[in-house]
Design a protein around this ligand. Structure first.
Ligand code: PMP
Length: 282
């Protein structure tokens, strides 16, 4: 089936979805995005994604072009028109088209809104492990905004790939922030640690689900600074995101984490995560 893209109110074949060269998203990466996993045609944690979208837009001073009800209708239509099932739904909102290329914001411009679908690999059984490399966090100071300005993340991810790893785990000075497109967790003595939510990390929707499930299971979760030293000496390390879910990190650079196998806490939470998804998206 040909991919149908939503562009400013129209549903068009992907090859016909075109934007202006004066779009501020194209010129300045002046926009935000969301990636929502859709299981069995049901968007996962939709309200939370819409809340994060609102927060990103507000921080950039872009007026939200749609109410939650309108977004939900648009999203439902895009899923239906793309055949439903398991989808990674991409939403992209820019500040819109200016009359000339100018850093100054033209208050008159209307947002550009794009929604499109990518295949979502849901074969998360068995749990998929990763390896990671430590890299200095070269990004700006507003990583809590889900901005389409991803050059730092892209360079870091590609450097990790060149080093033969699945992800870059980032640090500012000696403190871990997050992965290039994931959040970071560690386990020590069966207690879970993850960096606190601040302007240096994106508040991951998966991160929140994991914290909820862990606490529900009776596991203690600490949201606090993690040093490089503590991460390397953890009993377990995982990364998380909407597309990777919980992925145990078995090696960071040359350091094997614990015994290099999937830890018991990751196994429990992976199982909980799968049943939670099933329950919500039945
Ligand atoms: N941090 C960054 C920098 C990311 O790009 C992502 C993925 N969008 C995440 C964390 C994880 O967020 P989520 O669980 O909402 O996918």
């Amino acid at each position: 089936m040909s991919q149908i893209v939503y562009l400013n109110g129209d549903l068009v074949a992907r090859e016909h979805a075109k934007i202006s060269v004066l779009d501020r998203g194209f010129l300045f990466a002046d926009g935000v995005y969301e990636v929502i996993p859709v299981y069995n045609s049901v968007p996962f944690r939709l309200q939370e994604h819409l809340d994060r979208l609102q927060s990103s837009l507000s921080q950039l001073g872009i007026a939200n072009p749609h109410s939650n009800i309108e977004w939900k209708n648009i999203i439902r239509t895009v899923i239906e028109r793309n055949g439903g099932g398991n989808i990674s739904l991409y939403m992209h909102i820019t500040r819109g088209v200016s009359s000339i290329r100018d850093h100054l914001i033209d208050d008159e411009s209307a947002c550009t809104v794009v929604l499109m679908c990518n295949p979502l690999n849901v074969s998360q059984q068995p749990i998929k492990c990763s390896t990671a490399t430590l890299m200095s966090d070269i990004r700006w100071q507003h990583c809590d905004i889900k901005s389409v300005a991803l050059l730092g993340n892209i360079l870091l991810r590609n450097e990790a790939e060149q080093r033969g790893h699945d992800e870059a785990i980032l640090h500012r000075d000696e403190t871990i922030t997050e992965g290039s497109s994931t959040n970071v967790f560690m386990v020590k003595h069966r207690e879970i640690y993850t960096p606190r939510q601040n302007n240096f990390i994106l508040g991951g929707i998966t991160r929140d689900v994991i914290i909820e499930l862990a606490e529900h299971t009776g596991l203690k979760v600490h949201q606090q600074d993690i040093s490089i030293k503590n991460l390397l000496n953890a009993d377990e390390v995982w990364i998380s995101s909407s597309t990777r879910e919980i992925s145990p990190v078995t090696r960071i650079d040359d350091k094997i984490i614990a015994n290099g196998e999937i830890g018991p806490v990751a196994k429990v939470l992976h199982k909980e995560f799968q049943s939670f998804k099933k329950q919500l998206c039945r």
